[in-house]
Design a protein. Sequence first.
Lengths: 351, 565
Amino acid sequence: MNNLLRGWLNLPPQASTYARSLDLLHYFVIASTMVGATFVFLLALYFLTRYHRQRPYELTSRVKTGVPIEFAIIGGLQVLFLVFWVIGATQYQHVMNAPPGAMQVYVTAKQWMWKFSYPDGSASMDVLTVPLGKPIKLVMTSRDVIHSFYVPAFRAKHDVVPGRYYTIWFTANTPGLFNIECAEYCGVDHSRMLGLVQVLSDEDYRRWLDGRPVATEEGLAGASARGGGDLAERGREVASRRGCFNCHTLDGQPHVGPSWAGLYMSSVRLTDGRTVVADEAYLTRSMMDPQADVVAGYKGVMPTYRGALEEPEVAALVEFIKTLQNTPFAPSMQLPKVVPETQGQPQEPKP
Amino acid sequence: MTTIDVGVIPIPHGRGGVRRETYLNIAHTVKSWALTTDHKRIGILYLVTTIMTLGLGGAFALILRTEHLTPQMTFLDAYTYNRMFTMHGIVMVWLFMIPSIPTAFGNFVLPIMLGAKDVAFPRLNLLSYYIYLAGVVWVLVALWMGGCDTGWTFYTPYSAHSPSAVVPTVLGIFILGWSTIITGVNFIVTTHTMRVKGMGWFRMPLFVWNLYAVSIIQVLATPVLAISLAIVGLDHWFDWGLFDPARGGDPVLYQHLFWFYSHPAVYIMILPAMGVIAEVVCTFSHKNPSSYKAIAYSALGIAFVGFLTWGHHMFVAGMSQFDAAAFGVLSMLVAIFSAIKVFTWVLTMRKGSVVLRTPLVYFFAFLFLFVFGGMTGVAVATESLDIHWHDTYFIVAHFHFIMVGGTLTGWLAGLHYWFPKMTGRMYNERWGITGATLVFAGFFLTFFPQFLLGNAGMPRRYYYYNPVYQPLHVVSTVGSWLLGAAMLMTLGYLLVALFAGPRASANPWDSRSYEWYTPSPPPKHNFTKEPVFALDPYDYTVPFPGVGDEADGSLARDPGGAANG
């Protein structure tokens, strides 16, 4: 029954503990109000046919609706609405007050990305990884304009306001990936301010926690070995291993550095007013001598990779950036955006 | 449909060599229109201007919907899309919906309904039109400068830093506010002081009650909008930072101020439409309203409680849980007043003599959109449910149903209902009913899928969207094309009727409301002699006393043979 109604109403899965009870109220409110509205409309249609004019200039006698009928209708409606209100306000209290002992994650929003900082000092961009069945409390603020943190599958939403810290909480009850959307209009890329909640079972979560510091020589070797494929594919692997994605995105979002999407052969304006074409020479120069060409609107914070990157790696990176030339600026759910900031090994969320 | 021409009595133009003088043919110069203080001519000026702004806002809407045919870029870029939905909202809210019914139909019929020669301050009335026009020009200037991309809500701090033309846009709305306030004051004073001798408050047609309630809201709420938008402009231009948290300001305060105006503003839009609907349902049911006082008092009740519910726009914006509960229960109360009105209209048809004409088809469209939209309003006022729905397409669909659908169908009902009175011509009823049906079908098809999109979690103001939402977006877009075509069709047959329609009699609908006591179109001073309204405006127990049209000697509607020249 629950799933049937959920399907009819086109609601997302109920992936948090309170989603189901909110949906039950949803069904009750929508069903009773729609039945009421249908009744009123059909009554009007009935009157239209029943009292249809028989001849022109027909007169009618004066009819007054009795006060008792009016009060009965109004009173009944008011009671129904108050029932909605009592249940709704109670649920609202529940959703807005995190249970004690909830695990805390700090959320910082900025145009147009989400940053999640965990208590152990690690952080991630755009992907929030949480354990199944544990209450999670998000402490949220914004660095620029108002955003709104929205996870439809959790029925959770709250505005993220600069200068203020608001909290919401949820307990995920289904492992998997769930969309995060920015719900408050925040500028030109509002609709690309997306993210994911990765809900892991206890075991997977522990593995994920353990798996984060894997920057060993073996790990790197293993990654290189796995990245057999073509040059561009190896470039992607190099980029993630070398931490490029900490600052550069693949979907057109500006971050600490410019995005790689559509970068190759585009015209790039620099802080000193020059405009250059982003060809291979420019790309390699940017890796080896980043301060030479700083793109307008960004700070020259990139360190040199001279000596750090091996030549095949540079080539692989350039090849990879070339393949992004025609990347659509899209709300991409599959892009590898999980980059713990402490080191370079990415966690690829599975689409 | 054989009875369709009932009430249309062709009056040969200038019969007997006497040409009846009307407000239309008394002068034809541009100056006679531009400097007129006649409330009827000002009403027509407003009507023509608001139809143009509706066309502009509608064109934006069609472009936006067409862009959403595909989840990626269809033909607009993101920045253009954002500016266009903003300008769509601004044009529709402030340039069309708020002025549409009060300034066009209110101006035209309010003094006639009261038996007055004009509004209380005819020159202020003309001034308010020119202020409105100045506001329109400023909004067009903003458009020419590239438009504004903040959304019609101008939420700070984004609006303080947006690269788009924020300042000219808010200046335009600031100016429009003055026009609204002046019109409101004018209507309040007119209602108090200009009623014909012997007309008590409870003899006024119900449209007047709704205009009166709306004028009160306009006068009280609009200054708050003006203040908040002025501060937004100063924040943007001079970096005042009153709403900027980086300088100790508070962006949530802006939202409180904005919604303190903008929630009552939805009643500014819908109350006049409710007034039109009350007139239409009584006239075409040929019956007294099932409760006159319920309709009159609920208008005032909405005007009052409407000021206390703004917080339900902010359940997830950061407010205390006590405040949320208080705003929640007050919102339920304002829904009750609307419900009273709905039941009163529907019960009015009971034991009536109901005849289906275009305005009544629009009444049914209104009823459907208002009742279903209103019920989704009760749903979103339920605090815990609003968490999921807030800022999604569900909200977009909700307010397009109740506020836009209600105002648009009310406006179209009024346009058809008073068309004979304003122009002296009849439109083609068959085209009218077809048009009304298509407008409703287009509207429903456009916005019903958006409820489902919102349920699925599609946020509003999204340029890119998840491809799984595409089918519903396509349905919605096709619906918008149908709606646009139906509106153009309506414009077409009304223009044909304006120039070639059969002449209308004084009272083609056999109504009892007072604006039908004067010939169509009315003479310059509304009545050629002091009007006597012998009957209650909803007294359908006796035949219409009839209207003498002394000028050309012809008798208008002569129901039941009771000629009364």
